[in-house]
Design a protein around this ligand. Sequence first.
Ligand code: NAD
Ligand code: LMR
Length: 369
Amino acid sequence: MPTDLQNTTTIKIVVLGAAGGIGQSLSLLIKSQIHYMVRGTQSDIRIHLALYDINEDMVSGVVADLSHVDTPVTISAHYNDGLQECLTNASIILIPAGVPRKPGMTRDDLFTVNAGIVSQLTDSIIKYCDLSKLFILLISNPINSLVPVMIQKLISSENNGYGIEKRLFGITILDSTRGSTFLKDTIISQKTSSGLHNMEMPQVPVIGGHSGNTIIPVYSQCPAADNLSQETINHLVHRVQYGGDEIVQAKKGKGSATLSMAHSSFKMLTKFMDLLLGNTPDITITSFISLRDSKNEPIAQGSIELQSRIQDLQFFAIPTEVTLQGINEIKYKIIDYLNSKESNDLLPICINELKKNIDQGLNFHKSIK
Ligand code: NAD
Ligand code: LMR
Protein backbone atom coordinates (compact mmCIF):
# COMPACT_ATOMS: atom_id res chain seq x y z
CA MET A 1 0.00 0.00 0.00
CA PRO A 2 1.41 3.36 -0.98
CA THR A 3 3.23 5.71 1.42
CA ASP A 4 2.45 9.42 0.98
CA LEU A 5 5.53 11.61 0.92
CA GLN A 6 5.12 15.32 0.15
CA ASN A 7 2.38 14.83 -2.45
CA THR A 8 4.24 11.91 -3.90
CA THR A 9 2.98 8.38 -3.44
CA THR A 10 5.67 5.75 -3.22
CA ILE A 11 4.93 2.09 -3.78
CA LYS A 12 7.78 0.12 -2.25
CA ILE A 13 8.28 -3.39 -3.62
CA VAL A 14 10.63 -5.54 -1.53
CA VAL A 15 12.31 -8.77 -2.66
CA LEU A 16 13.88 -10.88 0.13
CA GLY A 17 16.37 -13.38 -1.31
CA ALA A 18 16.94 -11.09 -4.30
CA ALA A 19 20.41 -12.35 -5.25
CA GLY A 20 19.21 -15.88 -6.06
CA GLY A 21 17.93 -17.44 -9.26
CA ILE A 22 14.34 -16.29 -8.84
CA GLY A 23 15.25 -13.07 -7.06
CA GLN A 24 17.52 -11.81 -9.85
CA SER A 25 15.19 -12.57 -12.74
CA LEU A 26 12.11 -11.32 -10.88
CA SER A 27 13.94 -8.11 -9.97
CA LEU A 28 14.88 -7.57 -13.61
CA LEU A 29 11.25 -7.94 -14.64
CA ILE A 30 10.15 -5.48 -11.95
CA LYS A 31 12.86 -2.93 -12.71
CA SER A 32 12.35 -3.11 -16.47
CA GLN A 33 8.58 -3.56 -16.77
CA ILE A 34 6.56 -2.42 -13.74
CA HIS A 35 6.52 1.32 -14.56
CA TYR A 36 4.45 0.56 -17.68
CA MET A 37 1.54 -0.06 -15.30
CA VAL A 38 1.53 3.54 -14.08
CA ARG A 39 -1.01 5.56 -16.05
CA GLY A 40 -0.61 9.13 -17.28
CA THR A 41 -2.96 10.45 -14.59
CA GLN A 42 -0.77 8.94 -11.86
CA SER A 43 2.23 11.21 -12.42
CA ASP A 44 2.78 11.67 -8.65
CA ILE A 45 3.51 7.95 -8.16
CA ARG A 46 7.01 6.63 -7.55
CA ILE A 47 8.08 3.03 -7.43
CA HIS A 48 10.96 1.88 -5.22
CA LEU A 49 12.40 -1.63 -5.59
CA ALA A 50 14.33 -2.66 -2.44
CA LEU A 51 16.42 -5.83 -2.73
CA TYR A 52 17.69 -7.79 0.29
CA ASP A 53 19.88 -10.89 0.47
CA ILE A 54 22.37 -12.35 2.91
CA ASN A 55 24.77 -12.63 -0.04
CA GLU A 56 26.16 -9.08 0.24
CA ASP A 57 28.44 -9.18 -2.80
CA MET A 58 25.83 -10.63 -5.09
CA VAL A 59 22.97 -8.35 -4.06
CA SER A 60 25.24 -5.29 -4.36
CA GLY A 61 26.31 -6.46 -7.81
CA VAL A 62 22.75 -7.18 -8.91
CA VAL A 63 21.62 -3.71 -7.84
CA ALA A 64 24.61 -2.05 -9.52
CA ASP A 65 23.73 -3.93 -12.71
CA LEU A 66 19.99 -3.18 -12.53
CA SER A 67 20.66 0.48 -11.73
CA HIS A 68 21.81 0.88 -15.36
CA VAL A 69 18.41 -0.27 -16.67
CA ASP A 70 16.81 2.88 -18.06
CA THR A 71 13.51 2.99 -16.19
CA PRO A 72 12.32 5.45 -13.52
CA VAL A 73 12.08 2.73 -10.83
CA THR A 74 14.33 3.58 -7.85
CA ILE A 75 16.42 0.63 -6.67
CA SER A 76 18.36 -0.06 -3.47
CA ALA A 77 20.53 -2.90 -2.12
CA HIS A 78 20.30 -4.19 1.46
CA TYR A 79 22.20 -6.95 3.28
CA ASN A 80 23.37 -8.05 6.73
CA ASP A 81 21.64 -5.77 9.25
CA GLY A 82 20.00 -3.75 6.46
CA LEU A 83 16.61 -5.46 6.84
CA GLN A 84 15.05 -2.58 8.79
CA GLU A 85 15.85 -0.04 6.09
CA CYS A 86 14.73 -2.48 3.42
CA LEU A 87 11.41 -3.33 5.05
CA THR A 88 10.39 0.09 6.36
CA ASN A 89 7.37 1.43 4.43
CA ALA A 90 7.13 -1.75 2.33
CA SER A 91 3.90 -1.96 0.33
CA ILE A 92 4.40 -5.51 -0.92
CA ILE A 93 7.05 -8.12 -0.10
CA LEU A 94 8.01 -11.05 -2.33
CA ILE A 95 10.01 -13.81 -0.60
CA PRO A 96 12.12 -16.23 -2.65
CA ALA A 97 14.72 -16.54 0.18
CA GLY A 98 15.72 -20.11 0.89
CA VAL A 99 17.32 -23.18 -0.62
CA PRO A 100 16.05 -24.89 -3.78
CA ARG A 101 15.77 -28.65 -4.44
CA LYS A 102 18.41 -30.92 -5.92
CA PRO A 103 17.60 -34.12 -7.89
CA GLY A 104 16.17 -36.81 -5.60
CA MET A 105 14.79 -34.30 -3.08
CA THR A 106 11.16 -33.47 -2.39
CA ARG A 107 10.04 -29.98 -1.44
CA ASP A 108 9.48 -31.35 2.07
CA ASP A 109 13.21 -31.98 2.34
CA LEU A 110 13.65 -28.18 2.27
CA PHE A 111 11.34 -27.65 5.22
CA THR A 112 13.72 -27.43 8.17
CA VAL A 113 16.17 -25.01 6.54
CA ASN A 114 13.60 -22.84 4.80
CA ALA A 115 11.22 -22.72 7.78
CA GLY A 116 14.11 -21.29 9.82
CA ILE A 117 14.85 -18.66 7.15
CA VAL A 118 11.23 -17.68 6.59
CA SER A 119 10.53 -17.62 10.31
CA GLN A 120 13.42 -15.19 10.95
CA LEU A 121 12.35 -12.97 8.09
CA THR A 122 8.79 -12.96 9.48
CA ASP A 123 10.14 -11.67 12.82
CA SER A 124 11.69 -8.72 10.99
CA ILE A 125 8.54 -8.11 8.95
CA ILE A 126 6.54 -7.97 12.20
CA LYS A 127 9.08 -5.56 13.69
CA TYR A 128 9.57 -3.15 10.81
CA CYS A 129 6.43 -3.26 8.63
CA ASP A 130 2.99 -1.78 8.94
CA LEU A 131 1.01 -5.02 9.04
CA SER A 132 -2.27 -3.17 8.57
CA LYS A 133 -1.41 -2.41 4.96
CA LEU A 134 1.13 -4.95 3.85
CA PHE A 135 0.81 -7.69 1.19
CA ILE A 136 3.18 -10.67 1.48
CA LEU A 137 3.77 -13.08 -1.41
CA LEU A 138 5.71 -16.17 -0.29
CA ILE A 139 7.62 -18.08 -2.96
CA SER A 140 10.00 -20.26 -0.87
CA ASN A 141 9.23 -23.98 -0.62
CA PRO A 142 7.56 -26.01 0.69
CA ILE A 143 4.66 -23.57 0.26
CA ASN A 144 2.14 -26.02 1.83
CA SER A 145 4.03 -25.91 5.15
CA LEU A 146 5.71 -22.50 5.12
CA VAL A 147 2.50 -20.47 4.78
CA PRO A 148 1.31 -22.08 8.07
CA VAL A 149 4.71 -21.29 9.66
CA MET A 150 4.42 -17.63 8.67
CA ILE A 151 0.75 -17.28 9.57
CA GLN A 152 1.33 -18.57 13.07
CA LYS A 153 4.01 -15.95 13.70
CA LEU A 154 2.08 -13.14 12.10
CA ILE A 155 -1.18 -13.73 13.96
CA SER A 156 0.50 -14.24 17.32
CA SER A 157 2.49 -11.02 17.05
CA GLU A 158 1.59 -8.03 19.23
CA ASN A 159 1.19 -6.18 15.99
CA ASN A 160 -1.78 -8.39 15.05
CA GLY A 161 -5.35 -7.18 14.89
CA TYR A 162 -4.87 -5.95 11.36
CA GLY A 163 -5.98 -9.09 9.55
CA ILE A 164 -2.54 -9.77 8.12
CA GLU A 165 -3.67 -13.39 7.57
CA LYS A 166 -5.89 -11.98 4.81
CA ARG A 167 -2.84 -10.55 3.07
CA LEU A 168 -0.39 -13.48 3.06
CA PHE A 169 -0.37 -15.48 -0.18
CA GLY A 170 1.61 -18.65 -0.94
CA ILE A 171 2.47 -18.41 -4.61
CA THR A 172 1.18 -21.40 -6.61
CA ILE A 173 0.64 -19.67 -9.96
CA LEU A 174 3.51 -21.58 -11.61
CA ASP A 175 1.25 -24.65 -11.61
CA SER A 176 -1.36 -22.76 -13.60
CA THR A 177 1.34 -21.39 -15.93
CA ARG A 178 2.46 -24.98 -16.56
CA GLY A 179 -1.11 -26.25 -16.92
CA SER A 180 -1.76 -23.67 -19.64
CA THR A 181 1.56 -24.19 -21.44
CA PHE A 182 1.34 -27.99 -21.52
CA LEU A 183 -2.27 -27.81 -22.73
CA LYS A 184 -1.43 -25.39 -25.54
CA ASP A 185 1.49 -27.63 -26.63
CA THR A 186 -0.86 -30.65 -26.66
CA ILE A 187 -3.54 -28.85 -28.64
CA ILE A 188 -0.93 -27.88 -31.23
CA SER A 189 0.69 -31.33 -31.46
CA GLN A 190 -2.64 -33.19 -31.61
CA LYS A 191 -4.17 -30.54 -33.92
CA THR A 192 -7.26 -30.59 -31.67
CA SER A 193 -9.90 -27.92 -32.09
CA SER A 194 -9.85 -25.71 -28.99
CA GLY A 195 -11.62 -22.48 -29.90
CA LEU A 196 -8.35 -20.60 -29.32
CA HIS A 197 -6.64 -18.52 -31.96
CA ASN A 198 -2.95 -19.18 -32.59
CA MET A 199 -1.56 -16.61 -30.19
CA GLU A 200 -4.16 -17.16 -27.46
CA MET A 201 -3.29 -19.14 -24.32
CA PRO A 202 -5.80 -21.33 -22.42
CA GLN A 203 -6.31 -20.52 -18.73
CA VAL A 204 -6.19 -23.59 -16.51
CA PRO A 205 -7.33 -23.16 -12.89
CA VAL A 206 -5.18 -25.08 -10.41
CA ILE A 207 -6.24 -25.58 -6.79
CA GLY A 208 -5.07 -27.54 -3.71
CA GLY A 209 -1.42 -27.07 -2.82
CA HIS A 210 2.00 -26.74 -4.42
CA SER A 211 3.64 -30.17 -4.42
CA GLY A 212 3.04 -33.43 -6.25
CA ASN A 213 -0.44 -34.84 -5.73
CA THR A 214 -1.63 -31.84 -3.71
CA ILE A 215 -1.70 -29.97 -7.05
CA ILE A 216 -5.14 -30.26 -8.72
CA PRO A 217 -5.21 -28.89 -12.27
CA VAL A 218 -8.89 -28.34 -13.05
CA TYR A 219 -8.96 -29.08 -16.78
CA SER A 220 -12.73 -29.63 -16.59
CA GLN A 221 -13.08 -25.85 -16.12
CA CYS A 222 -10.98 -25.02 -19.17
CA PRO A 223 -13.11 -25.10 -22.36
CA ALA A 224 -10.00 -25.38 -24.55
CA ALA A 225 -9.44 -28.88 -23.12
CA ASP A 226 -12.97 -30.12 -23.90
CA ASN A 227 -12.01 -32.13 -27.00
CA LEU A 228 -9.08 -34.00 -25.41
CA SER A 229 -9.37 -37.66 -24.37
CA GLN A 230 -9.38 -38.60 -20.66
CA GLU A 231 -6.04 -40.32 -21.23
CA THR A 232 -4.51 -37.09 -22.52
CA ILE A 233 -5.98 -35.14 -19.59
CA ASN A 234 -4.55 -37.69 -17.12
CA HIS A 235 -1.13 -37.24 -18.71
CA LEU A 236 -1.42 -33.44 -18.48
CA VAL A 237 -2.51 -33.60 -14.83
CA HIS A 238 0.49 -35.76 -13.93
CA ARG A 239 2.87 -33.50 -15.85
CA VAL A 240 1.62 -30.39 -14.01
CA GLN A 241 1.85 -32.16 -10.64
CA TYR A 242 5.47 -33.14 -11.27
CA GLY A 243 6.52 -30.28 -13.57
CA GLY A 244 8.93 -28.98 -10.95
CA ASP A 245 10.88 -32.25 -11.11
CA GLU A 246 11.49 -31.79 -14.85
CA ILE A 247 13.41 -28.58 -14.15
CA VAL A 248 15.26 -29.92 -11.11
CA GLN A 249 16.47 -32.87 -13.21
CA ALA A 250 17.35 -30.70 -16.22
CA LYS A 251 19.46 -28.38 -14.02
CA LYS A 252 21.37 -31.40 -12.64
CA GLY A 253 21.83 -30.18 -9.09
CA LYS A 254 22.19 -26.47 -9.94
CA GLY A 255 18.72 -25.51 -8.71
CA SER A 256 15.04 -25.58 -9.62
CA ALA A 257 12.72 -23.43 -11.72
CA THR A 258 13.80 -19.79 -11.66
CA LEU A 259 12.86 -18.12 -14.96
CA SER A 260 9.37 -19.59 -15.31
CA MET A 261 8.86 -18.81 -11.62
CA ALA A 262 10.03 -15.22 -11.99
CA HIS A 263 7.65 -14.87 -14.94
CA SER A 264 4.77 -16.38 -12.93
CA SER A 265 5.34 -14.37 -9.77
CA PHE A 266 5.71 -11.20 -11.85
CA LYS A 267 2.28 -11.91 -13.37
CA MET A 268 0.92 -12.18 -9.82
CA LEU A 269 2.69 -8.98 -8.76
CA THR A 270 1.12 -7.05 -11.64
CA LYS A 271 -2.32 -7.97 -10.30
CA PHE A 272 -1.42 -6.57 -6.88
CA MET A 273 0.05 -3.47 -8.54
CA ASP A 274 -3.33 -2.86 -10.18
CA LEU A 275 -4.79 -2.75 -6.65
CA LEU A 276 -2.01 -0.59 -5.19
CA LEU A 277 -2.18 1.83 -8.10
CA GLY A 278 -5.95 2.10 -7.70
CA ASN A 279 -6.54 0.82 -11.24
CA THR A 280 -9.15 -1.59 -9.85
CA PRO A 281 -10.97 -2.03 -6.50
CA ASP A 282 -10.45 -5.81 -6.51
CA ILE A 283 -8.52 -8.57 -8.20
CA THR A 284 -9.14 -12.30 -8.55
CA ILE A 285 -6.15 -14.53 -7.89
CA THR A 286 -5.45 -18.13 -6.95
CA SER A 287 -2.90 -18.76 -4.21
CA PHE A 288 -2.34 -20.89 -1.10
CA ILE A 289 -4.11 -19.07 1.71
CA SER A 290 -5.41 -19.45 5.23
CA LEU A 291 -9.14 -20.23 5.15
CA ARG A 292 -9.53 -19.16 8.79
CA ASP A 293 -8.57 -16.08 10.76
CA SER A 294 -6.82 -15.87 14.13
CA LYS A 295 -10.13 -16.63 15.90
CA ASN A 296 -10.64 -19.72 13.72
CA GLU A 297 -13.55 -18.00 11.98
CA PRO A 298 -13.88 -18.17 8.16
CA ILE A 299 -11.42 -15.64 6.80
CA ALA A 300 -13.81 -14.26 4.21
CA GLN A 301 -17.25 -14.71 2.80
CA GLY A 302 -17.97 -17.69 0.58
CA SER A 303 -20.73 -20.21 0.25
CA ILE A 304 -20.70 -22.23 3.48
CA GLU A 305 -22.19 -25.44 2.06
CA LEU A 306 -19.49 -25.60 -0.59
CA GLN A 307 -16.75 -25.45 2.03
CA SER A 308 -17.67 -28.84 3.44
CA ARG A 309 -15.29 -30.85 1.25
CA ILE A 310 -12.30 -28.98 2.63
CA GLN A 311 -13.69 -27.99 6.00
CA ASP A 312 -10.94 -29.90 7.86
CA LEU A 313 -8.24 -27.91 6.13
CA GLN A 314 -6.98 -24.61 7.46
CA PHE A 315 -5.14 -23.76 4.24
CA PHE A 316 -5.86 -24.37 0.55
CA ALA A 317 -4.98 -22.91 -2.86
CA ILE A 318 -8.21 -21.54 -4.27
CA PRO A 319 -9.42 -18.53 -6.29
CA THR A 320 -10.16 -15.48 -4.15
CA GLU A 321 -11.27 -11.92 -4.61
CA VAL A 322 -8.78 -9.55 -2.99
CA THR A 323 -9.17 -5.85 -2.16
CA LEU A 324 -6.72 -3.46 -0.48
CA GLN A 325 -7.94 -4.89 2.86
CA GLY A 326 -7.03 -8.43 1.79
CA ILE A 327 -9.03 -11.54 0.91
CA ASN A 328 -12.64 -10.49 0.56
CA GLU A 329 -14.25 -13.59 -0.90
CA ILE A 330 -13.23 -17.21 -1.38
CA LYS A 331 -14.57 -18.69 -4.60
CA TYR A 332 -15.46 -22.11 -3.17
CA LYS A 333 -17.72 -22.83 -6.15
CA ILE A 334 -14.78 -24.25 -8.08
CA ILE A 335 -14.86 -27.28 -5.74
CA ASP A 336 -18.50 -27.90 -6.62
CA TYR A 337 -17.70 -27.67 -10.32
CA LEU A 338 -15.02 -30.42 -10.25
CA ASN A 339 -15.81 -33.39 -12.50
CA SER A 340 -16.00 -36.88 -10.99
CA LYS A 341 -12.32 -37.71 -11.61
CA GLU A 342 -11.15 -34.45 -10.03
CA SER A 343 -13.64 -34.70 -7.19
CA ASN A 344 -13.39 -38.42 -6.35
CA ASP A 345 -9.74 -39.17 -7.19
CA LEU A 346 -7.62 -36.01 -7.08
CA LEU A 347 -9.29 -34.07 -4.25
CA PRO A 348 -9.27 -36.77 -1.52
CA ILE A 349 -5.58 -37.56 -2.18
CA CYS A 350 -4.78 -33.85 -2.08
CA ILE A 351 -6.65 -33.30 1.19
CA ASN A 352 -4.95 -36.25 2.85
CA GLU A 353 -1.46 -35.07 1.87
CA LEU A 354 -2.14 -31.40 2.57
CA LYS A 355 -3.22 -32.14 6.14
CA LYS A 356 0.22 -33.61 6.85
CA ASN A 357 2.04 -30.70 5.19
CA ILE A 358 -0.04 -28.14 7.09
CA ASP A 359 0.48 -29.92 10.43
CA GLN A 360 4.22 -29.95 9.82
CA GLY A 361 4.12 -26.17 9.40
CA LEU A 362 1.84 -25.56 12.37
CA ASN A 363 4.08 -27.71 14.60
CA PHE A 364 7.30 -25.92 13.61
CA HIS A 365 7.25 -23.32 16.36
CA LYS A 366 6.43 -25.96 18.99
CA SER A 367 9.34 -28.11 17.79
CA ILE A 368 11.92 -25.33 18.22
CA LYS A 369 10.70 -24.07 21.60
P1 NAD B 1 18.56 -19.64 -4.91
O1 NAD B 1 19.43 -20.48 -4.04
O2 NAD B 1 19.04 -19.34 -6.29
O3 NAD B 1 18.28 -18.24 -4.19
C1 NAD B 1 17.89 -18.14 -2.87
C2 NAD B 1 18.46 -16.85 -2.30
O4 NAD B 1 18.02 -16.73 -0.96
C3 NAD B 1 20.00 -16.81 -2.27
O5 NAD B 1 20.48 -15.66 -2.92
C4 NAD B 1 20.33 -16.79 -0.79
O6 NAD B 1 21.50 -16.05 -0.48
C5 NAD B 1 19.07 -16.12 -0.24
N1 NAD B 1 18.87 -16.32 1.20
C6 NAD B 1 19.10 -17.41 1.95
N2 NAD B 1 18.80 -17.15 3.24
C7 NAD B 1 18.36 -15.87 3.28
C8 NAD B 1 17.91 -15.03 4.32
N3 NAD B 1 17.86 -15.43 5.60
N4 NAD B 1 17.54 -13.78 4.01
C9 NAD B 1 17.60 -13.33 2.72
N5 NAD B 1 18.04 -14.09 1.70
C10 NAD B 1 18.41 -15.34 1.99
O7 NAD B 1 17.12 -20.32 -4.96
P2 NAD B 1 15.93 -20.01 -5.99
O8 NAD B 1 16.06 -20.89 -7.17
O9 NAD B 1 15.82 -18.54 -6.19
O10 NAD B 1 14.67 -20.57 -5.15
C11 NAD B 1 14.29 -19.93 -3.94
C12 NAD B 1 13.15 -20.68 -3.28
O11 NAD B 1 11.97 -20.61 -4.11
C13 NAD B 1 13.40 -22.18 -3.07
O12 NAD B 1 12.93 -22.55 -1.80
C14 NAD B 1 12.57 -22.85 -4.16
O13 NAD B 1 12.19 -24.15 -3.82
C15 NAD B 1 11.39 -21.91 -4.22
N6 NAD B 1 10.59 -21.98 -5.44
C16 NAD B 1 9.24 -21.84 -5.30
C17 NAD B 1 8.43 -21.88 -6.40
C18 NAD B 1 6.95 -21.72 -6.26
O14 NAD B 1 6.22 -22.03 -7.22
N7 NAD B 1 6.43 -21.24 -5.15
C19 NAD B 1 8.99 -22.05 -7.68
C20 NAD B 1 10.37 -22.19 -7.79
C21 NAD B 1 11.17 -22.15 -6.65
C1 LMR C 1 8.52 -25.73 -8.95
O1 LMR C 1 7.36 -26.15 -8.96
O2 LMR C 1 9.21 -25.68 -9.99
C2 LMR C 1 9.09 -25.24 -7.66
O3 LMR C 1 8.25 -25.52 -6.59
C3 LMR C 1 10.49 -25.69 -7.42
C4 LMR C 1 10.63 -27.16 -7.17
O4 LMR C 1 11.29 -27.52 -6.19
O5 LMR C 1 10.13 -27.95 -7.96
